[in-house]
Ligand binder design. Structure first.
Ligand code: ASP
Length: 330
């Protein structure tokens, strides 16, 4: 990485305090990172940065007063669901939380299209997490209101990738020229699928470190090869770590394994400790979408390079930006 420069955001004509209805994402679904261009990202990050300043200055404000969000989660979530709730409430809106679908009519056998058709009668935007790849795209086919994909099985997690990239921009000042090393479960980890694709819009080098059975899917490697992104695969972190600017650690996704013995064989494959970081640059960051279950030991938490708790907070600002952009100002 070159010398640190604080991020400079291009001024956007659509910064969130005017009427948003002509802005690029007004009324749109957020389904995959494939829908974003670099200038979209500049715009989203400029708005997210503005949201950060507003939260620091006033905490809550009435940009989305009267708007209602449905938080529809078919899979567990702590950060994504509560940060969307917080984002909506900090913007003056309100939330219908359906975090336990087993207490909703889903447990009576109601289909996803019907559930979505129901919720859109009562709300202005639906945030959906579902175990099936493509579920958000399916929901979007039936819904008239915007659908935001909050994770579709092992597919994508676009809002996480946006907040991951925003973290990199805020912490390191730039994305071009960086070496990003992704570590752990690259097969089932949807966050790395989205992030790798988003990073391919930049001049970036990617290292993938994983056990043999958890390699980055061929489809993604091929997509990024077509964009001439430098990608290297390793079994061990040692060779990749010294050149790394961003170490993106992931949890082995136990819930996606068909055979528990396979999970047990790889679950402790990598553990980042303070000692591991002795071989890393002084100016680099360690990220993790969280939850962690042993991949980063707690002695790393107080190292300034540990960015994973700050990363959660950046998620609030990015989700505020997305809601403001999708819903516009009434
Ligand atoms: N919270 C992230 C996700 O929902 C990462 C994880 O669960 O490991 O994909």
């Amino acid at each position: 990485m070159t010398n640190y420069r604080p991020p400079i955001y291009k001024k956007s004509p659509y910064l969130p305090f005017g009427d948003q209805r002509n802005a690029p994402f007004y009324g749109k679904d957020i389904l995959s990172v494939k829908q974003f261009s670099r200038s979209d990202l500049d715009y989203i990050f400029a708005v997210a940065h503005e949201m950060r300043e507003m939260v620091e200055r006033v905490g809550t404000f009435d940009l989305l007063k009267g708007k209602i969000l449905a938080n529809l989660f078919y899979e567990p979530s702590t950060r994504t669901s509560s940060s969307f709730t917080s984002a909506m409430e900090r913007l003056g809106g309100s939330v219908i939380p359906i975090n336990e679908v087993r207490y909703s009519s889903v447990s009576k056998g109601e289909s996803l299209p019907d559930t979505v058709r129901t919720l859109e009668c009562y709300t202005d935007v639906i945030v959906l997490r579902h175990p099936d790849v493509g579920a958000s795209a399916q929901a979007a086919k039936y819904a008239r209101k915007p659908i935001i994909n909050a994770g579709d099985g092992v597919g994508e997690h676009p809002t996480q990738a946006l907040l991951d990239l925003f973290t990199i921009v805020e912490e390191l000042g730039q994305v071009d020229g960086l070496t990003v090393t992704m570590l752990g479960d690259l097969k089932f980890g949807r966050t790395v699928h989205s992030l790798a694709r988003l990073l391919s819009l930049y001049d970036i080098r990617l290292n993938y470190v994983s056990p043999e059975i958890l390699r980055m899917p061929e489809e993604i490697i091929r997509e990024l090869n077509d964009q001439s992104i430098s990608q290297n695969e390793y079994d061990h972190l040692d060779r990749a770590l010294p050149e790394t600017d961003v170490l993106y650690v992931t949890r082995v996704q136990k819930e996606r394994f068909e055979n528990l013995a396979d999970y047990e064989a790889v679950k402790g494959a990598y553990v980042i400790s303070l000692q591991t970081l002795e071989a890393a640059k002084n100016r680099m960051i360690v990220m993790h979408p969280l939850p962690r279950v042993g991949e980063i030991s707690m002695d790393v938490d107080d190292d300034p390079r540990a960015a994973y708790f700050r990363q959660m907070e950046y998620g609030l600002y990015v989700r505020m930006a997305l809601l403001a952009m999708v819903l516009g100002k009434s």
